[in-house]
Design a protein around this ligand. Structure first.
Ligand code: DX5
Ligand code: ZN
Length: 216
């Protein structure tokens, strides 16, 4: 398994104290910063545009891990790569789980020197991703339902982990939603190597929360 990466989600940042929190984050052991883009259509919420990404990428040394929850990933992938994304993850469902469309967008992202990620909602079966694994750098498994903890994603993650290892690929498995020290431990046990954590990091002591995840 690859080195464990922690990617705090700025969705839970305290926007009254942005500079202070980014300064602390810069000193933490988090290697990535998770940037949730929502368009109000693919998900019923609106978040950030590319200018915020540009600013944040100059403020911290972390790699910009951009998760676009949008209906039109083909357009917005470029917008956020232009703004400084180091990892660009789009949703398979936004492309109707169409293998050729997923392959083609991943290839475009990789051509630009950016890591290509594909995300699936908790209810989307992951089997269809297996033949596509070699075309991507990361799979982002959503586990956002509170109460499910680590258990809800384990079977899917295990399947992917086994297939990734059997194929000799270096695809990362990132998990996103409800991650704390307890659910993070379950996720790592199930084969995840990249943990997104929003409220757990930003509603607590940032340095200590990241430390508690990185040692899992
Ligand atoms: C949800 C986002 C997550 C979110 C995670 O759609 O993709 O990245 O910020 O937040 P927590 O860790 O608080 O569940
Ligand atoms: Zn996310």
């Amino acid at each position: 398994m690859q080195e464990l990466i922690i990617s705090p989600s700025i969705l839970s940042l305290d926007y009254a104290r942005v500079s202070e929190q980014l300064d602390t984050l810069a000193r933490s052991k988090a290697a990535w910063l998770h940037f949730d883009v929502m368009d109000g259509h693919f998900v019923p919420n609106l978040t950030f545009g590319p200018d915020i990404l540009k600013g944040f990428s100059q403020a911290v040394p972390q790699k910009m891990d951009v998760h676009i929850m949008v209906e039109d990933p083909q357009t917005y992938a470029d917008v956020f790569m232009d703004a400084g994304a180091d990892v660009l993850t789009f949703h398979a469902e936004a492309l109707h789980n169409d293998p050729e469309a997923i392959r083609s967008l991943c290839a475009h992202i990789r051509q630009r020197g950016v890591l290509a990620g594909v995300s699936v909602r908790p209810g989307t079966p992951v089997n269809f991703l297996v033949p596509l694994l070699q075309d991507m750098d990361l799979v982002l498994v959503m586990s956002v339902e509170p109460g499910f903890g680590g258990q809800s994603f384990q079977p899917q993650v295990l399947l992917l982990r086994q297939r990734i290892d059997a194929l000799g690929l270096t695809v990362r498995i990132e998990i996103d939603g409800g991650i704390n020290a307890q659910t993070g431990a379950l996720a790592v046990e199930a084969g995840c190597d990249t943990l997104v954590a929003g409220s757990y990091v930003f509603k607590n002591d940032i340095i200590k929360a990241v430390d508690s995840l990185i040692c899992l």
